[in-house]
Design a protein around this ligand. Structure first.
Ligand code: AMP
Ligand code: FE
Ligand code: FE
Ligand code: ZN
Length: 279
């Protein structure tokens, strides 16, 4: 219980600010954490500032949601250049698409007599990366649902009346964008619906690692990922995917067994590949 390489902050759809995540990590004696927000690195910068002068290592990270053959595939990036212009453009483009989609979600809700504006949804976020959890929070705040989960079940989930798909890259494009920025690309939670064929194709296209350890993985999900990583010579990473207390995936940070070697191997990869390791 000492490293957690997949955490969301308030900069995307988590409920804890980067400063709170850093404080909790220090409190729990974690040695390395990665804030892997959706399509933004704002939380990484804040965490780096907050952890300066402590024993806690902040691993620069991001999570990009992609789609392939209609299935969701999430790509994590580690140790890329936080100032890379092209990757920054990709994030900005995807975030602006998220904003337009928030407006469409609000319009669909209004068609069903729910008085909600884009502003109400934005008010639940930090204005960085807008997502469905913010729409769920707005529905909860306005009393239309009793829990955020109910908001997904009744309105926002796939196939529900206010579901709006959003612009997504392909997993190959996301992994390539991370590679081009000098980073390490890792397939997030492969156990959550990613087929072995897809994993093989990504491995052959140059994917660097698999997130074998994840709070929602079964032991057999983890085993398959470890076997495939071994077969293709890929790195193995792990994390909770915590979205903070009350968030859409409420597991506390550090509460997923991730071997320290995962972090050590990732850092060694960064050193060998001249990646961007923050001071
Ligand atoms: P978005 O990227 O805006 O589509 O939002 C995706 C996020 O919404 C995921 O990271 C989860 O945090 C949450 N989410 C997606 N589907 C559900 C669901 N069916 N129930 C609860 N939370 C969900
Ligand atoms: Fe999320
Ligand atoms: Fe994910
Ligand atoms: Zn995540």
């Amino acid at each position: 219980m000492s490293v957690d390489l997949h955490i969301h902050s308030t900069m995307s759809d988590g409920t804890q600010a980067p400063s709170e995540i850093v404080a909790e990590a220090l409190d729990k004696g974690l040695t390395a954490i990665a804030i892997a927000d959706h399509d933004t690195v704002a939380g990484v910068r804040l965490a780096l500032d907050n952890a300066r002068g402590t024993d806690l290592t902040i691993v620069p990270a991001v999570e990009i949601s992609t789609e392939h053959d209609g299935a969701e595939v999430h790509i994590l990036g580690y140790y890329f250049d936080l100032r890379d212009r092209e990757l920054g453009e990709v994030f900005r483009y995807v975030r602006s698409a998220r904003l337009l989609r928030g407006d469409e979600i609000a319009a669909k809700l209004r068609q069903r007599g729910i008085e909600i504006s884009l502003g109400d949804i934005e008010a639940e976020s930090n204005g960085e990366s807008l997502g469905r959890p913010h729409a769920a929070a707005a529905l909860l705040r306005k009393g239309y649902v009793k829990t955020q989960q109910e908001a997904f079940d009744r309105y926002l989930g796939r196939g529900k009346p206010a579901y709006v798909p959003r612009y997504k890259l392909t997993p190959f494009a996301a992994a390539e964008a991370i590679r081009a920025a000098g980073g390490c690309s890792v397939l997030a939670h492969p156990g959550l619906g990613v087929g072995t064929r897809m994993i093989r194709d990504l491995a052959e296209a140059g994917l660097n690692g698999l997130e074998a350890y994840h709070s929602q993985h079964t032991p057999s999900n983890t085993r398959r990922a470890l076997e495939l990583a071994e077969e293709y010579g890929m790195l193995v990473t792990g994390g909770t995917d915590s979205h903070g207390p009350g968030g859409s995936h409420p597991v506390a940070i550090g509460e997923c067994e991730v071997p320290d070697e995962c972090f050590e191997a990732l850092l060694a990869w960064a050193q060998e590949n001249n990646a961007h390791i923050p001071e």
